[in-house]
Design a protein. Structure first.
Length: 214
């Protein structure tokens, strides 16, 4: 309520303000490559490579060998005869399958590059917003809020001695509460951005602390 000497809401958990410095962006990029969404492109690429190898195998003609005996004319002797059968136009018939397999492989590469470029741009934007939110929360917590708290205390002191009006008291309390609210919003925004970065990279930004033994 306006006119109270302290804000009506209770203290915020200190964990909300425990904002560690983010890891370097280069490390986030490395983690981005390991995201399951991009690993599926690697799996698809291996499948397309297998299709290319299969098409190459079908492109090579299946040579059939035959072995037999033939009696030489005018004699009682026999000769060993080796026969070779080579299918005609086998390479030409397999060419469409080869082209299709290579085109499918190229499409996987193009989709993978496009997806990574988009994710990298999104990661960079989130990273910059996170840095800004952390800086804002720290400035509010360590610089602005202590000043506003001192100003509120001085205003209440002067009001109790009749030197400030009730309106001036309310203004001082409102400024302090607005600063607290801005700090909460900045810290919450930083936590949300951290969660978005973790979702994009597939790994937590901060290691999970070990559980204590019971």
């Amino acid at each position: 309520m306006w006119g109270d000497t302290a804000p009506a809401f209770g203290p915020v958990s200190a964990d909300l303000y425990a904002l560690a410095d983010p890891i370097p962006f280069e490390e986030l990029l490395r983690r981005l490559h390991g995201n399951p969404d991009f690993l599926r492109f690697a799996t698809a690429a291996r499948l397309r490579d297998a299709e290319i190898r299969l098409a190459e195998a079908e492109r090579r003609p299946d040579i059939e060998l035959s072995l037999g005996a033939r009696r030489l004319q005018g004699t009682d002797e026999q000769a060993l005869v080796l026969g070779v059968t080579v299918p005609l136009f086998a390479s030409r018939q397999a060419a469409p399958a080869m082209a299709e397999a290579r085109a499918a492989r190229g499409q996987v590469d193009a989709e993978s590059r496009a997806a990574f470029v988009e994710a990298q741009a999104q990661l960079l934007e989130l990273y910059h917003e996170l840095l800004h939110a952390i800086d804002e929360a720290r400035i509010l917590q360590h610089d602005v809020l202590p000043q506003m708290e001192r100003a509120r205390t001085q205003t209440e002191y002067a009001y109790e001695r009749g030197r400030y009006s009730y309106l001036e008291l309310v203004d001082g309390q409102r400024a302090y509460i607005d600063t607290q609210r801005a700090l909460i919003e900045a810290a919450a925004r930083a936590c949300t951005l951290q969660a978005e970065i973790e979702r994009l990279t597939g790994e937590p930004l901060q290691p999970t602390p070990p559980r204590r033994a019971p």
